[in-house]
Design a binder for this molecule. Structure first.
Ligand SMILES: C[S@@+](CC[C@H](N)C(=O)[O-])C[C@H]1O[C@@H](n2cnc3c(N)ncnc32)[C@H](O)[C@@H]1O
Length: 335
């Protein structure tokens, strides 16, 4: 819990709009119990004429606005919309009615949200798998927020032939608006959502899967051939996968870097990525029979100096492999 000074400065910032407000609010938003903080603010300052309810409401509204526009915020509507946009090419090909879907590498902060949106759109079973456990307080918050968003604006979450009224009814039936770490597991089971922590290969009862999705995961999978072999086993004939992959240097948050190929210049600079390039992944999927379509999102050719600095195994990489920094691979299993 933050001290009164941080809360005070955040409140001030919002009310008076000074330059610190983004910083202070960000700290405030990192606190999983922002609602509790608001409640504390309300009770601490309720008798102070400077902190009228109007200002407190303003604070809560601003927090909401900022959350909703921050794609890095696990419970932001904007984040879920961005992820669904990445899936849009495949969603027009897949019939979600009764489908079994898998969010591979669902992460720890919002591991249930995408699966819940697909379930509200008619999927009958969803699996969310990661090698790391969920941050349950955050995950619950993200789930209840996603469900609330679907109730409030169902048309914006319509990905299938289901009507907006249907989506609202499904989201209401999930009944996860006040879900907590102690109540979430039965709530997920009632929705048809299984969350598993561990390797995909060890996960039982997955098959047959109609749609696999992953965002920023494949570049982190150290034994990619084993995972691809498992996909080939569990995706039903004619089923789809949609993997968005980030091929750029991942150390940008931790250390100074010169360019997006830094991890290909130094064996010690991996930051948890496998360094497969686009064509490596396409080859792996093709080898087990998947048809692969590529959507390139970020393409930046490296200059000659960068190319010359690459480790020997990357120096002969194709222009396309080096230039493609983010792409979505849409894969179809053989029929
Ligand atoms: C950058 S995060 C992305 C998480 C989530 N998809 C998101 O967009 O918020 C990468 C995730 O891949 C997971 N991951 C890495 N290797 C994995 C594996 N073999 N099986 C499942 N998940 C894996 C990591 O634990 C991590 O949660």
């Amino acid at each position: 819990m933050f001290g009164a000074d941080v809360l005070f400065s955040a409140l001030h910032a919002v009310v008076f709009g000074d330059r610190q407000h983004v910083k202070s609010l960000k700290k405030l938003l990192d606190e999983p119990d922002a609602e509790q903080i608001l409640a504390k603010l309300k009770s601490d300052y309720r008798n102070d004429y400077k902190f009228s309810w109007r200002y407190l409401d303003q604070l809560s509204q601003r927090i909401d606005e900022i959350n909703n526009h921050n794609v890095f915020c696990p419970f932001a509507a904007k984040r879920n919309q961005l992820y669904l946009n990445l899936l849009s090419t495949v969603l027009v090909k897949v019939n979600l009615e009764g489908a079994r879907v898998l969010d591979f590498g669902c992460g720890k902060d919002a591991p249930f949200s995408l699966a819940a949106i697909l379930l509200a759109n008619g999927a009958s079973r969803a699996f969310a798998i990661d090698v790391v456990d969920a941050d349950l307080p955050m995950a619950c918050r993200a789930l209840s927020r996603a469900a609330t968003d679907m109730v409030v604006r169902p048309a914006e979450w319509r990905l299938s032939s289901r009507s907006a009224a249907d989506i609202r009814a499904r989201a209401l039936a999930f009944d996860v608006f006040d879900v907590t770490p102690t109540t979430v597991m039965p709530a997920l089971a009632a929705m048809g959502l299984t969350h598993s922590v561990g390797s995909l290969e060890a996960c039982a009862d997955l098959a047959p899967i109609d749609l696999v999705m992953s965002v920023s995961v494949l570049e982190h999978v150290m034994d990619l051939p084993a995972v691809v072999a498992t996909f080939a086993r569990v995706v039903r004939p004619g089923g789809y996968m949609c993997h968005t992959v980030d091929f750029s240097h991942h150390g940008t948050m931790f250390a100074a870097h010169e360019h997006q190929w830094q991890h290909l210049t130094d064996e010690t600079l991996r930051y948890g990525v496998n360094r497969h390039r686009l064509s490596d992944m396409v080859r792996l999927f093709a080898a087990v029979g998947f048809d692969v379509e590529i959507e390139r999102h970020i393409v930046v050719p490296p200059d000659a100096a960068v190319r010359a600095s690459l480790l020997p195994q990357f120096r002969d990489a194709s222009d396309d492999d080096l230039a493609t920094l983010q792409a979505t691979l849409v894969c179809r299993a053989p029929c």
